[in-house]
Design a protein around this ligand. Structure first.
Ligand code: PGA
Length: 246
């Protein structure tokens, strides 16, 4: 794991965007694994700026998103489909047919999950996976548990995650209780992983991910087993780390 501690959220976002841009420059047809949530918003904004300045071209890029809420249609403002188009896809030139996000709506969610894995595999897996981290150590919606699922699957969200995500909804009762999440296998098979965390509320999760024991009860700790992980954190998220750079 390579850890870089940046001054603040903006510096972290600029750095994250430059890593994604380097990936796309070196391999224009990269398969990017993308994340939602508050954390990557600054990275997306910086990528959009770079695109507008002709510093990056996404026309051959393929994207796979980590997750989607079960029951929210693509046009629901809190769906991750909506988030991705609103915050990124509508502002850059990734061809729509190269954008993959699991649908949270359908009669046969198991089939949706299976097809999602087939799409990832038929493209040869993910070159660079961007990840946020939950306060409970989840990555994607792979929640702490005594076992983790390898493939894309339907997951019951933990109380903590429902609480954390309620800030985006009118009321906690509106937060979906289930989601579809890419499994640990696709994440761990990604050639490169970029984990982002900002703010003191993530400090404990980051400490456990980097220095804690490797356990399914803290899914991000499994990243210690991956050979090419870059972790970018701001100073607040690094607060509980013994060393600031490794
Ligand atoms: P956040 O979510 O970026 O909104 O903090 C991260 C996550 O839960 O994975």
């Amino acid at each position: 794991m390579r850890l870089q501690v940046l001054e603040d959220y903006e510096e972290m976002s600029v750095k994250a965007a430059s890593i994604v841009a380097s990936q796309v420059t070196l391999k224009p047809d990269s398969n990017l694994g993308l994340a939602t949530g508050s954390t990557p918003l600054g990275m997306y904004n910086n990528l959009i700026k770079m695109y507008k300045k002709n510093l990056i071209n996404f026309k051959e890029v393929v994207t796979f998103n980590l997750d989607e809420y079960v029951g929210l249609p693509a046009d629901h403002p809190q769906s991750y489909h909506y988030y991705m188009f609103d915050n990124f896809f509508d502002k850059v030139n990734i061809p729509p047919e190269k954008i993959y996000i699991p649908s949270g709506v359908g009669d046969d969610l198991k089939q949706i999950c299976k097809k999602y894995d087939q799409s990832i595999n038929s493209h040869g897996g993910i070159d660079l996976q961007v990840l946020g981290i939950g306060k409970n150590g989840h990555i994607g919606f792979n929640e702490p548990d005594n076992k983790l699922r390898t493939n894309t699957h339907v997951v019951k969200l933990t109380e903590e995650t429902i609480n954390d995500n309620s800030r985006f909804f009118d009321s906690i009762d509106d937060v979906p209780k289930k989601a579809i999440s890419m499994g640990m296998s696709s994440i761990m098979k990604s050639k490169k992983i970029l984990l982002l965390a900002s703010g003191e509320q993530k400090a404990e999760a980051i400490k456990k991910a980097i220095n804690g024991e490797i356990t399914t009860e803290h899914p991000a700790s499994l990243l210690q087993l991956h050979s090419d992980v870059i972790i970018l954190v701001d100073k607040n998220a690094a607060k509980l780390l013994a060393t600031t750079n490794t």
